[in-house]
Design a protein around this ligand. Structure first.
Ligand SMILES: Nc1ncnc2c1ncn2[C@@H]1O[C@H](COP(=O)(O)OP(=O)(O)OP(=O)(O)O)[C@@H](O)[C@H]1O
Length: 290
């Protein structure tokens, strides 16, 4: 394994104004693509990241086509969150580049983050705000004017089923409600690319179906979604492209049909990743001794 060159330490940059359009009564539609529309929505080139001795991401290359619904799957500790954090400007890579619509994210973070909507893993939110205040805050932070933000906040809270809880403090939300309000925050500026780290974790099946519908609408409207998930069946049904990542490497990437090669995505995943463990070593767990 080669050692990547050292690079300065991580930095976080606040979002910046967005000029995304809005459809009254619906989820905001993505802003029109710029002149670099032919470029992939998101390109990762030679991304590396280590934490101490641990190499979390070891040279990831991915091209995520504009307008795709892209799944990122991999076992626990595969490097998905680390990859997505580097791809969205939350964690600086040790090496490699990230292009969003052909523009270098780490060279132009403020400009590029206007076109990104991000639902990070383990969201840390300003949870002493109500749900409505939090989404409003996210919209104002993106430079939207107040009337636009108020309309979008109402639309988004309705779309994720939080209208009744709009005035409840986020600290009092359940885990699933917190995911949903975080998704609303990620969408409020109508980004062109939406990156969601495990958006369905802790979300009930009805809410998950609603969120899937929102995301499909968003893709139909010209947006690109990148989503990490452990649920192979969901990814197979929901996504048109998928990458399988393990130990910081991409093992397979392409359309879902290409990657699964005539089998279920889950079977293909187990083949690629391996790692099945027999339960023999914990035979003592059996409650009966006979
Ligand atoms: N801040 C950190 N400090 C030290 N090690 C880290 C840190 N973040 C991630 N790692 C390590 O990097 C590797 C990849 O972690 P990462 O969270 O990217 O995996 P993942 O694919 O998202 O896993 P999961 O599916 O369990 O969420 C793991 O071995 C993890 O322990």
């Amino acid at each position: 394994m080669t050692t990547p060159p050292p690079v300065p330490q991580p930095g976080h940059d606040a979002g910046a104004p967005s000029g995304g359009g809005v459809t009254p009564g619906a989820v905001p539609t993505p802003a029109p693509a710029p002149a670099t529309a032919a470029a992939p929505a998101l390109s990762l080139h030679g991304l590396w990241r280590r934490f101490g001795q641990k190499v979390a991401v070891a040279g990831v290359d991915l091209a995520i086509p504009a307008g795709s619904f892209y799944g990122l799957v991999g076992p626990n500790g595969a490097g998905k969150t680390t990859t997505l954090s580097m791809a969205t400007g939350l964690l600086r890579p040790d090496a490699g580049t990230v292009l969003v619509g052909g523009v270098d994210l780490w060279a132009n973070p403020v400009e590029v983050k206007r076109s990104l909507g991000v639902l990070p893993d383990g969201v840390r939110l300003f949870d002493r705000l109500t749900g409505a205040q939090l989404v409003t805050y996210a919209g104002l932070l993106q430079g939207l004017d107040r009337p636009t933000v108020e309309g979008r906040t109402r639309d988004l809270l309705a779309a994720v089923g939080l209208t009744q809880d709009a005035d409840t403090l986020v600290v009092d939300y359940s885990a699933g409600m917190t995911k949903k309000v975080a998704l609303a925050c990620a969408l409020v500026h109508a980004p062109r690319v939406l990156v969601l780290d495990e958006p369905f974790e802790a979300v009930d099946p009805v809410s998950a179906a609603n969120i899937r519908e929102i995301l499909h609408q968003y893709v139909d409207g010209g947006g690109t979604v990148v989503v990490s998930s452990h649920v192979m069946d969901l990814v197979q049904r929901m996504c048109d492209h998928v990458a399988v990542i393990a130990q910081g490497h991409v093992l397979a990437a392409g359309t879902v049909d290409e990657v699964r090669a005539g089998r279920s995505l889950e079977e293909r995943f187990v083949d690629l990743v391996g790692g099945r463990i027999s339960g023999e070593g914990i035979a003592w767990l059996r409650t009966s001794s006979d």
